[in-house]
Design a protein. Structure first.
Length: 561
């Protein structure tokens, strides 16, 4: 999610269910292998046991910025739309696809008559109006409020702008209930990716009286949640795991096969592998240490996904980062290909780009990366060292001590120790300390801008490159590093006004990425993620979306084995 005015759900991404798969425009895929025995018959117990390296940071839909939380809440709550196996948005709480006006700015949705909350009350259009208004309300302080402006919903940007006369006037948001079962959404301009945004947790409905009764306890425990999705959260042992149970009140419950899902928090990959080998887990990701052991076995899989990782250089905390030569020196000092091939070993590829390969094609039918397939070479190692020496003279320093914040999972720590070593090795006088943080605290420090450098990732919030690009504008809540370039802001503004001119819009986005990386070196791309994972051959129908949820088992089943 931009872990963004987004990407959702940002990621500072750590895997949910520890499973990432296909992240291409071709959609999700079931890579669980052929079933062994049973001739396709369902097992008596439709139970999945999976692992997650981190606890859920939040289940208050207004506070979610990570994929762990968004996946969990996406299983227990439903919005107007939900992605199918081919990553096409299909009606969920909506009864059918919306009626769209000729100018493509007004969408009218009919809410299902059989859409119910877990307390038996109906889901209404007013539940969406209330929830969306609460998301954009400055008092809520949602880091994902920006996604409503990204969706171009009428007045969203003004409601979030302190300088606007409409600041805080949530009743002016372009969403209204025409009646209990009819929701009308008005956009300020045509937005080709609008429907692909609606499965996001930011656009979920909420029942006003329940939310207000829970107050600050909302989402803290299973009893502090109300469900309208395929599952309910039946148990949550904070720090160790949680369980889902099928929601019999869900409108499509008859087509949901998996009755129970147990998620166990395991930070050590070796522990997860042992549990998988002994049959206590049905699936788990594995680190580079285990790839050689499993890569020739049928239950081993790897897939490149639409997630890129990069260093944020916080100019607000490190004055030296305001020097362009310092940023470009860091950019050019890291051997990304060796990092991906020899350290990650899971199919990840070194990246000098932000928008991933094979994520989405433009109006010309070409991948976004076609204009710069390998990204941007700001400097080689020799040039990086020269830039660093020049920067030290300009700054009047002989050395620079930095702290690189990382999540505390095995894989994240290993990656950041490599980055720190590269910087110290190739930029004499630069000293880098790796600061390991639990996932929840990592997110808090990142969102508050309380760090010097950090290695974060971004999982797209919807199927469009802007989900990677608009978070670096000066006023974006996802910027978090005090970067500002008026030229970049102008480019993104132009992109947002070109919904009716797709090719021109596409070219402006490519120009914006080039400015961000090649000219400004505002962030330092590292790699495009892949995941190596193990999955039992009797688990069929899992989908691994390119964005939004990390994993979706609503189409899955366990075969007799």
């Amino acid at each position: 999610m931009k872990v963004k005015a987004k990407g959702l759900l940002f990621l500072s991404i750590i895997l949910v269910m520890s499973l990432f798969l296909s992240a291409c425009s071709s959609g999700s895929k079931d890579t669980s292998g052929k079933a062994s025995g049973g001739k396709g018959e369902l097992a008596k117990d439709q139970v999945l046991n999976i692992t997650e390296p981190q606890d859920i940071p939040s289940l208050n839909w207004t506070q979610i910025t990570d994929t762990v939380s968004s996946t969990a809440i996406g299983m227990v709550n439903s919005g107007l739309m939900r992605f199918d196996q081919n990553m096409e948005p299909k009606p969920d709480m909506a009864q059918a696809m919306p009626k769209v006006s000729k100018d493509k700015k007004v969408y009218t949705f009919k809410i299902r008559n059989d859409a119910k909350w877990s307390d038996g009350t109906p889901v209404t259009a007013n539940d969406f109006v209330y929830a969306w208004r609460k998301m954009v309300d400055p008092k809520t302080a949602s880091q994902y409020a920006f996604i409503f402006a990204s969706a171009n919903i009428k007045n969203a940007a003004k409601i979030e702008d302190k300088k606007s006369p409409l600041f805080g006037k949530v009743d002016q948001l372009g969403v209204k209930a025409l009646n209990d079962k009819t929701l009308q959404v008005t956009l300020e301009k045509p937005t080709p990716y609008f429907l692909s945004m609606l499965p996001s947790s930011s656009f979920l409905p909420a029942k006003k009286d329940f939310v207000e009764k829970q107050g600050k306890n909302l989402g803290q425990e299973p009893q502090n949640l109300l469900f309208n999705g395929p599952y309910i959260l039946s148990k949550w042992n904070h720090g160790s795991g949680w369980s889902f149970k099928k929601n019999d009140k869900y409108w499509n419950a008859k087509n949901i096969h998996i009755d129970k899902v147990n998620v166990k928090v395991i930070k050590q990959v070796s522990t997860a592998v042992n549990l998988y080998n002994t049959g206590k887990l049905d699936s788990t990701t594995i680190s580079s240490d285990f790839v050689d052991q499993f890569k020739r076995k049928p239950d081993y899989h790897t897939s490149l996904v639409g997630i890129t990782y990069f260093l944020r250089l916080n100019q607000g905390k490190v004055p030296a980062f305001k020097n362009e030569k310092v940023r470009k020196a860091i950019y050019g000092s890291i051997d990304r290909d060796t990092m991906a091939k020899d350290l990650m070993k899971d199919g990840s590829v070194g990246a000098k780009y932000l928008v991933p390969k094979d994520f989405v094609k433009g109006p010309d039918g070409k991948d976004f990366r076609s204009s710069a397939p390998n990204g941007y070479d700001v400097a080689n190692k020799q040039q990086a060292r020269k830039l660093w020496e020049q920067a030290k003279k300009e700054l009047g320093i002989k050395s620079l001590k930095l702290e690189l914040m990382t999540q505390d999972s095995d894989k994240a720590v290993k990656a950041n120790e490599y980055v720190a070593n590269q910087l110290e090795k190739n930029l004499p006088g630069m000293e880098v300390t790796v600061n390991k943080q639990p996932f929840g605290n990592f997110l808090k420090l990142e969102s508050s801008g309380n760090y010097q450098m950090e290695n974060g990732g971004w999982s797209p919030d919807f199927l469009d490159p802007i989900t990677f690009l608009d978070m670096w504008t000066t006023n974006s809540d996802m910027n978090r590093m005090s970067y500002s370039d008026p030229k970049y802001d102008k480019l993104i503004g132009e992109v947002n006004n070109l919904g009716a001119e797709p090719q021109k819009r596409w070219e402006k986005m490519q120009e914006a990425e080039k400015l961000l990386l090649e000219k400004d070196a505002a962030i330092v791309p590292l790699y495009q993620r892949a995941n190596a994972y193990l999955a039992k051959p009797y688990v069929k129908g899992m989908i691994y979306p390119p964005f939004g949820f990390d994993m979706d088992w609503t189409h899955a089943k366990v075969l007799k084995h």
